[in-house]
Design a protein around this ligand. Structure first.
Ligand SMILES: O=C(O)CCC(=O)C(=O)O
Length: 293
């Protein structure tokens, strides 16, 4: 970008902003830009770990995506914890992202976990994605009107309006999740490489149209989800015991390699009850790296 990025309707805060200020902006508008979430060197290393996988994959989301929602000329690679150590160390465990997720999600759950992480590389000539609220994956829970998910899109390269910057409807995260989407109010959130859009699962948004002939919109998506809901990606299945052995404890929690502890904000049974438990016999098959918690 040779000009200042456009992000109408959401704040742009630097990565050293305290989590409480980021959370306040997120709660007000439904999304916030964090500039410099990753420094240029880390952004380049991360893109370098992901790009070979992207280059081997044909665009489209296979037979699963009959609607085109996921983009017919979009490349989505999952299983990122196995493919990219930098993703785990610098994105999944990013202190600001964890600070924001702690504040937004922990009041509703014993712990949160990763719902999905994927590349979203939108190719030239792609139509705009249908505007949507991610929370409607869990449509009954979305109607409880509590925060279920905190998502992040990190720019790994071009992320301007022409190439498919994410479209958001600022303020659309409040109110009735069933009300009609106001597409006319959608605005592009342009990012420089290493910048991130952090947004609530209730915010109306969608991938922008890529109107270029030859440029790709390169993004990394990460979602944290309350631990009592089923993640979009079967994350734990992509992790082998060898990989688990190399991961820090907090990464194991987030990747489905630990039990989800009870809600310690409460006493008694609610604090004691756990989800995603593993029998001791099955624990052997995880090389002992599954955390009972
Ligand atoms: O690629 C983007 O900018 C948004 C993607 C998205 O919202 C989705 O695939 O659910």
């Amino acid at each position: 970008l040779l000009r200042e990025p456009v992000a109408a309707g959401v704040d742009r805060l630097a990565v050293d902003t305290d989590p409480a200020t980021v959370v306040a902006a997120l709660r007000r508008d439904g999304g916030v830009v964090v500039t410099g979430l990753l420094d240029p060197a880390t952004t380049a290393v991360l893109a370098g770990e992901l790009d070979p996988h992207v280059q081997r994959r044909a665009p489209g989301f296979g037979a699963e995506d009959t609607s085109g929602f996921y983009g017919r000329n979009t490349i989505r690679i999952q299983g990122l914890a196995v493919k990219s150590p930098t993703f785990v160390e610098r994105v999944l465990l990013h202190p600001l992202l964890l600070g924001v997720a702690d504040a937004v999600l922990l009041p509703q759950c014993g712990d949160y976990w990763m719902s999905q992480a994927e590349t979203i590389y939108i190719g030239p000539g792609s139509a705009a994605q249908q505007l949507h609220r991610d929370d409607l994956n869990w449509s009954l829970a979305a109607r409880l009107r509590v925060d279920l998910q905190v998502s992040t899109l990190v720019a790994l390269g071009d992320y301007d309006a022409e190439v498919g910057a994410t479209m958001v409807v600022p303020g659309s995260h409040t109110g009735d999740p069933d009300r009609a989407v106001d597409a006319a109010a959608a605005r592009p959130v342009e990012l420089a490489p290493g910048d991130a859009l952090v947004y609530l699962g209730s915010l109306v948004h969608g991938g922008g149209a890529n109107r270029t002939a030859d440029r790709w919109r390169r993004a990394l998506y990460l979602g944290y989800l309350v631990g009592w809901l089923t993640p979009e990606e079967a994350v734990a299945r992509s992790i082998t015991a060898d990989v688990a052995a190399s991961l820090p404890p907090r990464a194991l929690d987030l990747l489905g390699w630990s039990a989800i502890r009870g809600n310690t904000a409460h006493d008694g049974a609610e604090a004691a009850l756990k989800l995603w438990q593993l029998d001791a016999d099955d624990q052997v098959r995880t090389g002992g790296f599954f955390r009972p918690r």
